[in-house]
Design a protein around this ligand. Structure first.
Ligand SMILES: Nc1ncnc2c1ncn2[C@@H]1O[C@H](COP(=O)(O)OP(=O)(O)OP(=O)(O)O)[C@@H](O)[C@H]1O
Ligand SMILES: Nc1ccn([C@H]2C[C@H](O)[C@@H](COP(=O)(O)O)O2)c(=O)n1
Ligand SMILES: [Mg+2]
Length: 237
């Protein structure tokens, strides 16, 4: 079982203040220590008995998060939770927040944190797996801070992957995705890129400063990118 490490700074050889490059992956560790935290009043997602291994997967629209997550699931046995997919499911189910979510996504804006976090929490609670890929979250500093406040125990992700990709490559991929997404059109993509730059990059920098960020070159073929991803996970399993 993969466990939350009390300290994994020895895995990360680069300066904490800069984004990590694939060349900076450290040695393999086969066993790490579990955090000895006790259940706190107020109740977070997790407890001493259940502190899963959490990977946040970040990157701009079309950077390949979902594609690589599927491959990580197949190879490393993670459960993939895409915040965007969870929100889109609310739209199709015509739930209480469905109309608001549709309007927000169609404009390339960000849904209020409490709505997204509730969906993530429900999904985590409905599976017994102890390894999660949380794709497209946190999207904003507000998302991140709200998550930390609600989760309490084990709120820090073990790993944050950032798929770094030029905007022109991302736009090309999104516009040829052809999955009928309401936000895969040039006007909304421009808004999503704006949101990525102004709201998500600060989150990415936060995790870089914390020393948990793995910046992956998101260009090239899916196989080439997955090799870079494997270099990260092979150091953890
Ligand atoms: N390396 C690649 N080369 C070419 N096309 C790719 C590559 N990786 C993914 N794609 C394609 O690009 C599109 C976007 O990829 P994907 O859905 O994985 O991105 P994403 O980061 O999850 O995007 P979003 O944030 O919009 O959900 C998909 O159609 C996918 O098949
Ligand atoms: N934390 C999140 C994640 C997603 N959304 C909304 C806004 C995004 O443009 C849209 C699609 O997400 P994707 O599938 O591209 O990851 O979903 C959000 O508001 N908050
Ligand atoms: Mg996606």
């Amino acid at each position: 079982m993969w466990r939350r490490a009390t300290s994994f700074s020895h895995l990360l050889s680069s300066s904490k203040s800069s984004l990590l490059s694939p060349a900076s992956y450290g040695p393999k560790i086969w066993e790490t220590l579990s955090t000895e935290v006790s259940k706190q009043p107020g109740g977070g997602f997790f407890s001493k008995e259940r502190t899963p291994f959490i990977t946040f997967v970040l990157g701009g629209p079309g950077s390949g998060k979902g594609t690589q997550c599927s491959r990580i699931v197949d190879t490393y046995g993670f459960t993939h939770l895409s915040a965007g997919d969870l929100l889109r499911k609310e739209i199709t189910m015509n739930s209480e927040n469905g109309a608001m979510i549709l309007d927000t996504i169609a404009k390339g804006k960000i849904v209020p944190s409490e709505v997204t976090i509730r969906l993530i929490r429900k999904a985590i609670e409905s599976t017994e797996n102890d390894k999660f890929l949380i794709d497209g979250f946190p999207r904003t500093e507000e998302n991140r801070i709200a998550y930390e406040r609600i989760v309490q125990i084990g709120a820090e992700p073990n790993i944050v992957l950032f798929f770094d990709c030029p905007e022109e490559v991302m736009v090309k991929r999104v516009l040829s995705r052809n999955e009928g997404r309401v936000d895969d059109n040039i006007d909304t993509v421009k808004e999503r890129l704006k949101a990525f730059r102004s709201l998500n990059l600060p989150v990415i920098n936060h995790y870089s400063n914390k020393g948990v960020l793995y910046k992956i070159d998101g260009t090239g073929t899916q196989d080439e990118i997955f090799e870079r991803v494997c270099a990260v996970f092979d150091a953890w399993k």
